[in-house]
Design a protein around this ligand. Structure first.
Ligand code: ACO
Ligand code: ACO
Length: 153
């Protein structure tokens, strides 16, 4: 039994929050969307390996506001499978558009999202400067802007 299992959960524990913090360093911002989102998790051998939060934003549109895989399990295809599961989940509930926002310095994530068919449609200039009190550095760059991507389901 080495397969991934996905399920929706309604109660998040500290273990889930720790994982969400890997994708979004602000607990305050996580708290602003977590209660309004659907939480899907991936488990392997009964252990939490990944998490994804989906927030309905506009009619027929749902956004992945957080996606994270346990550090030791990254680069093994779990993120890809979580994205595919989220797509199927949203499609089955008649959403027409899946959105995601990510840092302009998040090169690996941008590769993963574009490999899955997401296309860039906009930039939220200065998002990470406006909403985060601590500077964020990634790939030796100061993160300032958020790239907005979308996928038609
Ligand atoms: N750097 C370089 N390439 C990457 C990275 C990375 N950080 N992450 C994924 N990739 C590439 C891999 O090369 C892989 O392609 P390949 O197999 O053809 O080489 C492809 O993307 C798929 O990778 P997976 O193994 O499916 O992805 P993984 O299980 O590692 O999960 C994730 C990706 C969720 C981004 C993980 O790295 C993670 O938890 N990172 C920390 C949290 C984070 O940054 N979350 C996204 C923030 S944006 C948001 O939450 C809305
Ligand atoms: N992939 C990844 N990283 C790169 C790349 C690349 N293709 N090109 C440069 N970098 C990074 C390097 O890692 C380096 O960072 P580091 O030292 O911290 O690791 C940094 O950028 C600077 O690299 P240089 O050695 O100064 O850049 P180089 O002399 O290689 O020139 C250039 C870069 C002009 C893009 C060259 O790769 C090239 O001629 N590419 C083909 C033509 C091209 O793509 N031009 C740009 C198209 S857009 C336009 O023309 C308007």
């Amino acid at each position: 039994m080495n397969e991934l299992h996905f399920k929706q959960i309604n109660h998040l524990t500290e273990k889930h929050y720790q994982l969400l913090l890997d994708a979004d360093p602000s607990r305050k911002i996580i708290e602003s969307y977590v209660d309004r989102s659907t939480c899907l998790i991936a488990e392997k051998n009964g252990e939490l390996v990944g998490i994804i939060l989906l927030l309905p934003t506009r009619p027929e549109t749902i956004e992945i506001v957080n996606i994270a895989v346990v550090r030791k399990k990254r680069r093994q295809g779990i993120g890809q499978e979580l994205l595919q599961y989220a797509q199927e989940w949203a499609k089955a509930r008649r959403y027409a558009v899946l959105e995601i926002g990510t840092g302009s310095t998040s090169f690996g994530q941008l590769y993963l999202y574009q490999k899955n068919g997401f296309r860039i449609y906009g930039v939220d200039i200065g998002f990470f400067e406006r909403h985060y009190t601590e500077p964020i550095f990634e790939n030796k760059l100061r993160l300032k802007d958020m790239l907005r991507l979308r996928l038609r389901l």
